[in-house]
Design a binder for this molecule. Structure first.
Ligand code: URA
Length: 252
């Protein structure tokens, strides 16, 4: 393992769980995932055949059907989101959380919606999940704000951190769609099921969406686990690492 790989796995909290194939696994970590060497990850991703599932269709508004949003520039869009009260979420949150980063980013990471920390600070992914997201970015040579933009499907914190409801997603999605149109990223990475469902317009298990290059109106889209889920299920970090390698490979 070279020093960069070691640093990367350490940043993802995967080190020292990483062990080389053929080397006995220390007893303390047998219950944890055994990480493949970084170079071995990509062929595994490619080999992973997407599972065909009957998708349930989600009603997704097309930004073209909201012409007054489709024509907004950055300043007007930010103002529009700040003043938005279209759905019931705004009444229960402190402030809207627009998004952060390079407005000409190559990479767009899309989460679900603000949590308590984001609601307080007005910036996406600043809590524990945000720390892990920053480590995930670092692991593929990225940094928040440098060729990276981070946004959420909904801009207001759902009460009690519940999942956003379909009507809330529908009301807010035109803003994300306009952000995507303005940024014109080379790649979108959907973090978790809410982002995947909103961007794909169909509701299928997240596991079956991984390892495949999807399309969002002509922009390549990759789907991986949400950092908050990875904090609850650290054994899945190995799969997220595969997805990040897949994403990096697409960009190269
Ligand atoms: N989870 C999200 O989906 N977005 C955030 O901004 C923070 C946590």
């Amino acid at each position: 393992m070279n020093v960069r790989d070691e640093n990367v796995l350490r940043e993802l909290n995967l080190y020292p769980l990483w062990v080389r194939r053929g080397v006995p696994v220390p007893e303390a970590v047998v219950a944890e995932p055994v990480m493949p060497a970084v170079a071995e990850v990509l062929p595994q991703v490619k080999a992973e055949a997407p599972v065909a599932k009957a998708p349930s269709v989600v009603e997704i508004p097309d930004v073209a059907s909201v012409p007054e949003i489709a024509s907004l520039d950055w300043a007007a869009l930010k103002e529009r989101v700040r003043d938005c009260a279209v759905c019931k979420l705004r009444a229960g949150c402190t402030q809207t959380v627009f998004g952060v980063g390079d407005e000409q980013a190559d990479w767009l990471f899309v989460g679900e919606g603000p949590g308590a920390d984001e609601d307080a600070q007005g910036e996406p992914f600043v809590g524990q999940a945000g720390k892990l997201l920053d480590n995930m970015l670092f692991s593929i040579g990225l940094k928040r704000g440098e060729k990276v933009y981070i946004a959420n499907v909904v801009k207001c914190r759902p009460p009690g951190n519940r999942n956003p409801e379909p009507d809330e997603i529908s009301a807010c999605l035109p803003y994300l769609q306009r952000q995507i149109a303005l940024i014109q990223p080379k790649l979108i990475v959907a973090l978790g099921k809410t982002a995947a469902t909103a961007l794909l317009g169909r509701d299928v298990p997240l596991g079956s969406l991984r390892g495949t290059l999807h399309d969002f109106h002509g922009t390549p889209l990759i789907i991986t686990y949400h950092p908050a889920y990875l904090l609850r299920s650290p054994a899945e970090k190995a799969k997220a690492w595969q997805d990040l390698c897949f994403a990096r490979q697409q960009m190269e």
